[in-house]
Structure formats: C-alpha cells, structure tokens
Write a protein that binds this ligand. Structure first.
Ligand SMILES: *Cc1c(COP(=O)(O)O)cnc(C)c1O
Length: 493
C-alpha cells in the first residue's frame, strides 16, 4: 500500500493527509478542506472510459483520486455501493429532452443525487478503518434529503453507526417517513424542537465538545460527518461526469474528443466542483453553467467576482439549494488562484468576519472562461416545469428545472448536459402546482403525479405510507449530546 500523503488543507500546505485520513477526518484541522494540488498531473484515459461502464469508470476515477486504497479495496467499495441499489441498469441514464441531454442522478435508494456518493461513502470509511479497531459515529443535521440518503447508505455497514437530527415538523411528510421508517441496527433518528439552524449549530458544537469526544474515544468511537466537504462524498461524484460523456459518445450525440457543457443546479457547489475535477482530469468541458434559485449568491459571484452572503435567506421550492455559504467553493478558489493557500485563507477569513470577499479582475476573467451563472425565481421555475411538460411530456423536479432552463438557453452553442438532481416525486405537491393542480395532500399528490408520469413511482417511495415508524424520539437541542452518548452505547454493544 502506498501511504502517500498527497492531500493537504486548502489553507495550509503543511497540513497533509492520505486519502484515508482525509475521509475519516472530513475537515482539515485548520478548518480548510482537503485537496490534492497535483491531481491534474494524473489525467484519465478518455478512450478507455468510452469503452467501459459506470462501475469500471468508478474504479478508474476512484483509483486515481484515492491513491492509498488498493485496487481490490476500491473494487469492493464500488461493488457494494452500485450493484443492487439503483433502479436503472445504466445507474445514471442520459435522456434527450428537446435537445438538452438530461443526466438523471435520481435512481438511487432515496431518489435524489446525494445517493451517488452516500451509497459509497460508508464503504470508503469502513475501508479506511480496516487497519484499526476504531469505529465511526456519523452525526448529521438535515433539512430533509441528506439525512435519509446518509441513513440509507450507512444502514448495517460494520464499524459505523449514524445519528440524524432533523427539525421537528419542518420536513415534508415524505421526508419524515423516509427517515422515521429507517431500518438498520446502527441507525438513530431524532426530531429536534427548533429549526434546521438549531440542529446544525448544535451538531457543529458537538464535534468540538471535549467531554463528548473523550466519551466517544473511551468507546473507541470517532465522531465524523457525512456532509459534502468530505472527499469521500466529492470524489464519487466525478464519476458520473465521465459516464455521461461515455453515454453521449456511445449513442452518437458527440464524437470522442468533442467538447460538452454541463448545467448544474447548485447549492453547496459540490456537484459542479466534481465536474470541475473531471475537467482537471482531462474531460473535454466547454462551460459549466451554475444554476441557482433566488438565493443567488453564486450567480452574483460568477458575474462580478464578489462573494457577498450579506443578503436575506429565501425559502424556495428548490430547498436543497437554499444556501448562502457554498462550502465547496473554497476548493475551486484554491485551483483558480494557482494553488495559493495564503490567498484562500485570507478570502475565507474575510468571509467569516465580513461575510464578503472579492477575487479581483484577473481571477474573475479566468473563472469566466469556464463558468457562467444564472438564477430563477419560484414562479419562473414553475413555468419551466409546465413548459417542458407541455412540450415533451417529461416532468422535472424544481431543482432540475432550474438547471434545465440554463442548458436550454445555451443548447444552440453545442451539446449541453443538464444534471437532474432529484426525482419529481420528492416534490410532488410543488410540481403538480406548476402543472395547475392544487389542493391535494402530499400522498394524494404523489399518486396523482404517478398517473401523469406513466406509473413509474419508485416502489421505495410508494411503500413509505405503510411502513412502521421505527424512530419517534423528540428532543430539545440541549438533549442532543446525551442522545449521542446513549447511541454510542446502544448502537455499538
Ligand atoms: C444537494 C442538492 C443540490 C445541490 O447540490 P450541491 O452539491 O450542494 O451544489 C441540488 N439538487 C438537489 C435535489 C440536492 O439534493
């Protein structure tokens, strides 16, 4: 095994780590994110990709970016994650929808794109733990989607357990049932009185809590997180950019070597950053279109070079993109600035202190060669859902609709892939409202949408209404620490 510490903090080149360590730690000790500065020196053989399949591509990409994992280890992780979990044989099929290539990333266990990474992260973590007796306890605060995808991924994975906290009464009925019916001897789910910020703030405090960390360490448990700053979540997302390209070559839409653009509905900048990584590894990308909702901090940043989070937070019908601080942008800034950690550290300090930084004209010009951005209001998003349905019969979810619109606006300039991040069923009521059908309960809406959508409701959503509730504990934020301690005892006995 090569134990090369190729990863380092975006803010300090002295803080190095192997990919195993980076996966177990999540965040670097100085608050920076782990990156591999020289990753672009290891390009991927595109011709080889085009004659393989999703699993082989995953093996190739993960093999490159996780150099201290053996081939055999990666094969086991890929097999565990992608063999039985997806309801489409292509895993991430591309579909031509009126001249836009829609890349469907929602065929996994929870019907949202976070499954692409959260099905494999638990295997990567367990592999990283394999030379120790240590165990991992994942703590996750969720506003809905991430919690279920993480629970489903970690369910019954050895040496791991997971506690999910969601705001009581503030998630949709479908999301509630997805979490409360979760099976697995290593899972725990808690409704917390308060809002998402209360859950998230408390979880962040728990990671720093000395007493809790000591308690966990005494039980040989390491606290860790499953959010998108972890390289174990980011790297698996690089795979589907290559696989989309392979599909387009194989179905004759493009020829090997042609440039393609990608339009990506964006929140934390993780998905689009994975595309940028694919580009660094040699994928011929012309443009990335960064698509946002009314929380359009990234639109302004990509147009002006000024990142300014000092603005009202808006609740939209694309809630997974309701974000004002896009954590993964820091990794892009590192590469954009020419691997200048000091510069990145200074921008991040300004962001923490003033909520704002300016990357300057030169960096802006360089960014704009590859990136463009736009945003849609909720009303505009509903209009896109209706127009696409009327014209093609395809029903898009609100997140996907935003990216689709940007792709459609640029489809005359060359082939463009719109990344589809969620099944419309997860947002049935809002989708139906866009189509002019209102006043249904969430479950009625789900079945009505199934009627309109050729009866293709995934069984895992259909069965939810009848599954037994397995998690019904309600807590205050103050009780969360004790809940994690109890879970350490209970889930690891
Ligand atoms: C998380 C999520 C996004 C945003 O992805 P980022 O990686 O945070 O940019 C978009 N759409 C859906 C449905 C999501 O769940």
């Amino acid at each position: 095994m090569i134990m090369s510490s190729v990863y380092q903090s975006t803010r300090d080149p002295k803080l190095k780590a192997t990919s195993r360590e980076a996966i177990l730690k999540g965040l670097a000790p100085d608050g920076g994110l782990y990156i591999w500065p020289q990753m672009a020196e290891n390009p991927i053989d595109l011709e080889k990709i085009c004659s393989s399949d999703y699993m082989q591509t995953a093996q190739t990409v993960l093999g490159k970016l996780l150099p201290d994992f053996t081939e055999e280890e990666i094969r086991e992780c890929v097999k565990g994650a992608y063999t039985d979990n997806f309801d489409d044989p292509a895993l991430t099929p591309v579909q031509d929808v009126d001249g836009v290539q829609v890349l469907e990333l929602f065929h996994g266990p929870t019907s949202a794109f976070k499954d692409m990474a959260l099905t494999i992260l638990p295997y990567l973590m367990r592999t990283a733990l394999s030379d120790t007796d240590e165990k991992v306890m994942i703590l996750t605060a969720t506003s809905g989607d991430t919690g279920k995808a993480a629970l489903s991924g970690f369910e019954d994975v050895e040496q791991t357990a997971i506690c999910v906290f969601y705001p009581d009464g503030k998630v949709s009925d479908i999301q509630y049932r997805q979490m409360a019916t979760q099976k697995g001897s290593n899972t725990a789910v808690f409704a917390v009185r308060g809002n998402f910020d209360d859950c998230q703030t408390r979880v962040k405090e728990l990671f720093m809590d000395e007493e809790l960390n000591k308690y966990a360490a005494d039980h040989q448990v390491r606290l860790s997180s499953a959010n998108s700053i972890n390289i174990g979540r980011l790297i698996p997302q690089v795979v589907y950019y290559f696989d989309a390209y392979r599909q387009l070559v194989n179905n004759g839409t493009i020829q090997l070597g042609d440039e393609v653009s990608f339009s990506v509905p964006t929140g934390n900048f993780g998905d689009v950053l994975a595309g940028y990584y694919a580009k660094l590894l040699g994928l011929p990308v012309k443009k990335f279109y960064v698509a946002s909702n009314s929380n359009n901090v990234l639109t302004d940043f990509i147009k002006t070079g000024v990142y300014d989070k000092n603005r009202p937070f808006v609740q939209t019908i694309s809630p997974s993109m309701d974000i004002l601080v896009s954590s993964n942008l820091e990794r892009f800034l590192y590469f954009l600035s020419g691997n200048d950690s000091e510069q990145v550290a200074s921008w991040m300090k300004q962001l923490a202190e003033e909520g704002r930084y300016d990357i300057g004209a030169e960096n802006l010009a360089r960014m704009r060669e590859l990136f463009d951005a736009d945003f849609l209001s909720d009303d505009e998003t509903r209009q896109v859902i209706k127009d696409v349905y009327d014209k093609t019969g395809v029903i898009l979810d609100p997140h996907t609709a935003i990216g689709y619109k940007m792709a459609a606006d640029h489809k005359e300039e060359g082939p463009v892939v719109a990344v589809s991040t969620a099944s419309p069923y997860k947002f049935s009521a809002d989708v139906l409202k866009s189509l002019g059908i209102e006043g249904l309960s969430e479950w009625e809406a789900l079945h009505k949408l199934d009627e309109l959508n050729q009866d293709n409701l995934p069984p895992r959503l259909a069965e939810l209404e009848d599954l037994p509730i397995l998690h019904d504990q309600k807590l205050t934020a103050d009780d969360m620490k004790q809940a994690v301690m109890d879970a350490c005892e209970r889930l690891y006995d």
